[in-house]
Design a protein around this ligand. Structure first.
Ligand code: URA
Length: 242
């Protein structure tokens, strides 16, 4: 890995703001190969050097992977023409240059979002060829859910505008409520799947991406970094469809 400035390294490794990283450095809590470093502008190589904060070795990752439980009314695009964005509600210590959502949700869809600064990682989540399932919980305004519709979804669904989804799985909870698993992220996909079949989505929440469910303890509006185990879990279902 290339050399990294200590203020960037400390703030990423400790999950703190730049200002807190500066304070940690000037307090003498940070060492590189045993030598105290107080200046943020000094550079270190996290691959070949041991960086400790408060005596404990820390891990530095070039990119950041954030999970958010998006609330209703917040937009997932990164410009603010449409109101408050997911970046506006991230805590300061998670903010970086180049963050973007790996898969958008409509303003009035809530639930699981992944936000990152790693384009290759986002591609693994989004590319239809990767076939990563996304599961949504929904409620409809009309009691149209039945076995016939479940079978229809298994063939792929017409979305209007000449577009079709790939096969989708319907899990029916009641005639108006269920879960649907889709494998791509076409614009307004879930809403359009039901609009074409006589029902209108009145509540929509993404509850799982790949093998990773939205954690129960991540309250609406909250975000944190994904753990290494969660990153693995995310791609547990990944397969190439050729
Ligand atoms: N499908 C939709 O219709 N909206 C979303 O936000 C996500 C999937």
């Amino acid at each position: 890995m290339a050399l990294v400035r200590m203020d960037k390294l400390v703030c990423t490794a400790a999950g703190c703001s730049r200002a807190d990283a500066k304070r940690l450095l000037s307090s003498g809590a940070v060492t590189v190969d045993g030598k105290t470093i107080k200046q943020g502008s000094v550079k270190a190589d996290p691959d070949s050097q041991t960086v400790c904060i408060g005596g404990k070795p820390v891990k530095y990752s070039e990119h950041i992977y954030i999970i958010m439980n998006k609330p209703l009314g917040v937009v997932s695009s990164t410009d603010d023409h449409d109101g408050q964005t997911v970046l506006d509600i991230l805590p300061e210590q998670l903010l970086r240059k180049g963050l973007f959502p790996a898969g958008r949700l409509d303003k009035y869809t809530c639930g699981m979002m992944i936000i990152t600064d790693d384009g290759d990682f986002a591609h693994r989540i989004l590319a239809p060829k990767k076939h990563l399932p996304k599961i949504y919980q929904f409620e409809l305004d009309a009691p149209i859910l039945n076995e016939q519709l479940r079978q229809k979804f298994l063939q792929g669904v017409y979305l209007g505008g000449g577009e079709y989804s790939s096969p989708a799985y319907l899990d029916i909870i009641s005639p108006t409520e269920g879960r649907v698993t889709i494998f791509e992220g076409i614009y307004h996909q879930v809403r359009r799947m039901f609009d074409q079949n006589g029902g209108h989505v009145i509540a929509l929440k993404r509850i799982k991406i790949g093998g990773l469910p939205l954690p129960d303890d991540l309250a609406e509006g909250m975000s944190r970094q994904l753990t290494d185990d969660e990153l693995k879990q995310l791609f547990e279902t990944e397969k190439e469809v050729l």
